[in-house]
Write a protein that binds this ligand. Sequence first.
Ligand code: KIV
Ligand code: NA
Length: 275
Amino acid sequence: MKTTLDFLKMKESGEKITMVTAYDYPSAKAAEEAGTDMILVGDSLGMVVLGYDSTVPVTIEDMVHHAKAVRRGAPDTFVVVDMPFMTYHLSREETLKAAARIMQESGADAVKLEGAKGVITMIEALVDSGIPVMAHLGLTPQSAGVLGGFKVQAKTAEQGKQLMADAISCEEAGAFSIVLECIPQQITERVSEQCHIPTVGIGAGVQADGQVLVYHDLIGYGEHRVPKFVKKYTDVYPEIVKAIKNYHDEVKNKEFPSPAHSFNLKEEERIALYG
Ligand code: KIV
Ligand code: NA
């Protein structure tokens, strides 16, 4: 399994880091088999798996439940788990307890927190307690309400400079990496140059030190709210619907199950059954 030190070395050598989200055993297994460097159990699970409109309703129980399955599916991949909405704001103690639960109950390798202001001290407390932390700047979906929706962030030089300062604060607080979501690529370039720790972009351009995509978006798995920055590498949803429709039709037509999918009594038992 790669470690936080490996990710740092990858940045130094210019090797891009790949990350994909996973939420259960088969998605984690597929991500690991594909050789992904890191897996994120994102709280995007609230939207793509649980069908909520935002990540706000996701609980720590949800995260632990899904992260455990991911751990079982990808025992040899570095797994980062999102701390859900409002679990790292109330106090240092609440934050440490929440992160400890995620680490101990799910077997995660790191946690991820959104934002800088007010969160830097929490990053510091977590790292001081031995928990690797990934930061997350730019579009921070847990504050979509405050940001006025899911929109591109840091669209001015001034906002870009603020983001750069935030990124440096995250690095100084001990974060091992920073997700940059939905920002102009020129800002990504500057942040990635300024930081020693790797940036992992989503909708942030090729200049990030790595990339992350949401599993369901990447494979076209039933997610209809797909942002501009997503590239669908395949489109499995129509195939799934087609397969289920075929099954439905074959059952109605008595084509399924065929003899090949059925079990038989031995001849003498069959005779005894009727005799
Ligand atoms: O929850 C998530 O999937 C994320 C990624 C978009 C970075 O936080
Ligand atoms: Na997230």
